[in-house]
Each structure stands twice: as C-alpha cells, then as structure tokens.
Design a binder for this molecule. Structure first.
Ligand code: ADP
Ligand code: MG
Length: 278
C-alpha cells in the first residue's frame, strides 16, 4: 500500500457519523464537606450530529463538570442527557449505559500516557480491555497514528515526544474504539501558542475527515472562535448558558481567519461578555 492508500483506509474506517447530544435541564451540585457547591445551574443544549461545539467560560464556571457528565463520568443532580437519542444514564442507580459510553471518546488537558509503553501500545491501550488480539491492536493503532501524523513514531516512548505530539497520542487513543463523539477538556491548554495553532489545524482536519461530533472546552476566546460551529458561552459559577454564538467562517479555516474583521468583532464581543473573567 502507498502512503495515500493507507491514509484513505484509515480515514474510511474511522468515519463514523457523529451522534447528536441532547442536554435538558442538566444541573450539578457537589456535596462537599463545607456544604453543597452548585457548579452548574439547569442547562439546556442541543448538539447536532457532526457539529463542532466549543464551551467557553471563566475558570470554575462548570465547564469540566458539564463535560464529565456528557462523558458519563459523573451523574447530573437533575435533568437528562441523551446520546444519539438514547438516555446516557439509565436504571435506578443512574449508571451510564454501556453502548452510550462506546460512542464517547475523551481527551483531557494532560495526555496521561504510560511512560513504559511505546506510542502504539499507548494508542491501543483501550483495545486490550476488550480482548482484541495484538495484530489487530497494532493495525488499528497504526491507522490512528496516521490520522494524527504520528506514523513515524509508533515505536517511540512518550518521553521522546514533544508536548504536542504526546497530546496527539492521547487524541489517537481517544478515537481507537471508533466513538462517534469526541469530548475534549482544554486539550491544548498546556501547549505553547505555536503548537496550539498547529493542533487547532490538525483537529479541524481530523473533524472534517471523520465527521465526528466534537464538544471542546476552552478558556481561550480565539481558539473557541477558530474551531467552533457554535460557541456556548457559560457565565461565572454557578454556570449557566449566557449566550450561543454561531461562527460561520468557511471550512477549512486557515489561521489567517484571525485577521478577518468579523473574527475580531466576535472575539471582542465574547471578551466583553466575559467581563475580563477568561
Ligand atoms: P471549570 O472546568 O469551568 O473550571 P469545574 O467544573 O471544574 O469548572 O468546577 C466548577 C465548580 O465546581 C468550581 O467551583 C469547583 O471548585 C467545584 N467543584 C468541581 N469539582 C468538585 C468536587 N468534586 N467537589 C466539590 N466541588 C467541586
Ligand atoms: Mg475545567
């Protein structure tokens, strides 16, 4: 196979039409020792299949809380979440439904790689728990490495990679079980500005090639406007949806879109609404 046919087959196997996400009246109050902490007021949000939604808000407004609920990692105090039209939390003990979890991939701010494992074995880690054989794990890790531009680093160890490359490993790992939805919590927050720009371009390409639904959390206004179909602006704690801004710049967007006057207007407006809190 040539490079381009490998790449095409990697793409076709990973094109999974994104599922819709429906959030209705979802709120979260943590039971803390000093008393209850209301992190998120009842919130409604509809994410369309294949849409790229960015949650933007100041520190502590409940972005991570909302994303962790979408990921089924914590349950809402009130309200319902549906993934692809099916409830995420089911039964009396409100456990996340197994097939819904299979539709979700999650990327955190820290790549959380296992230092003693080579790149491909980090990417393939989630397949081990499923009992998938080594040859198949390796084949799928190679596909995903191709998608994030790490095909030449499969046998490297994490410490041999830059921060941006480590985060690409984490993205590949999040996609290895072929989820339809990718949830990302400040995935590029620890990277320098130039690496962050290139990761934004990579993520846009990956999203366009695979058709997945993406919900990404950031407190960078320009990252939000660059990436999003819609920016969901959350207010200070307890968080609530303060505004939703449609971003209609043509795709694929180039970094030079930031020089567009309308880009400046949008980021300026969001900055004003955040009132210096971002
Ligand atoms: P963000 O990601 O927007 O910075 P978080 O969702 O992490 O915000 O947190 C929202 C609020 O909830 C913060 O005030 C935080 O201190 C509080 N919080 C988060 N997790 C817990 C927890 N496990 N127990 C108690 N309070 C929490
Ligand atoms: Mg957070």
């Amino acid at each position: 196979m040539t490079d381009s046919t490998i790449r095409e087959s990697a793409m076709s196997e990973n094109v999974i039409a994104g599922d819709a996400i429906s959030v209705r009246g979802v709120g979260k109050t943590y039971a803390a020792s000093a008393g209850p902490v209301q992190a998120l007021l009842p919130t409604d949000l509809e994410v369309r299949p294949g849409e790229f939604v960015v949650l933007l808000g100041p520190s502590g407004c409940g972005k991570t809380t909302l994303l962790r609920m979408l990921a089924g990692l914590i349950s809402p105090t009130e309200g319902t979440i549906e993934i692809g039209g099916k409830p995420l939390f089911t039964g009396r003990d409100a456990k996340p439904a197994r097939d819904a979890l299979g539709s979700l991939g999650f990327v955190f701010q820290a790549p959380n790689l296992m230092p003693w494992r080579k790149v491909w074995r980090n990417i393939a880690l989630p397949l081990e728990a499923k009992g998938i054989g080594r040859a198949e794990r390796k084949r799928r890790a190679e596909e995903l490495a191709g998608l994030v531009g790490l095909e030449d680093f499969l046998d490297h160890y994490p410490k041999q990679l830059s921060g941006g490359m480590q985060q690409r490993v984490a993205i590949a790992r999040a996609l290895i079980h072929r989820p339809s939805i990718l949830l990302m919590d400040e995935p590029f927050g620890a990277l320098d500005a130039m690496t962050r720009d290139s990761m934004n371009l990579l993520l846009q390409r990956l999203w366009q090639e695979t058709g997945k639904t993406i919900v990404l959390v950031t407190h960078s206004i320009s990252e939000a406007v660059f990436l999003a179909d819609r920016v969901v602006l959350l207010s200070q704690r307890p968080g609530r949806v303060q505004d939703i801004v449609e971003v209609d710049f043509a795709r694929p967007r180039d970094l030079s879109v930031a020089a567009d006057a309308r880009f400046g207007e949008m980021t300026g407006q969001l900055r004003k609404q955040l009132g210096g809190h971002a």
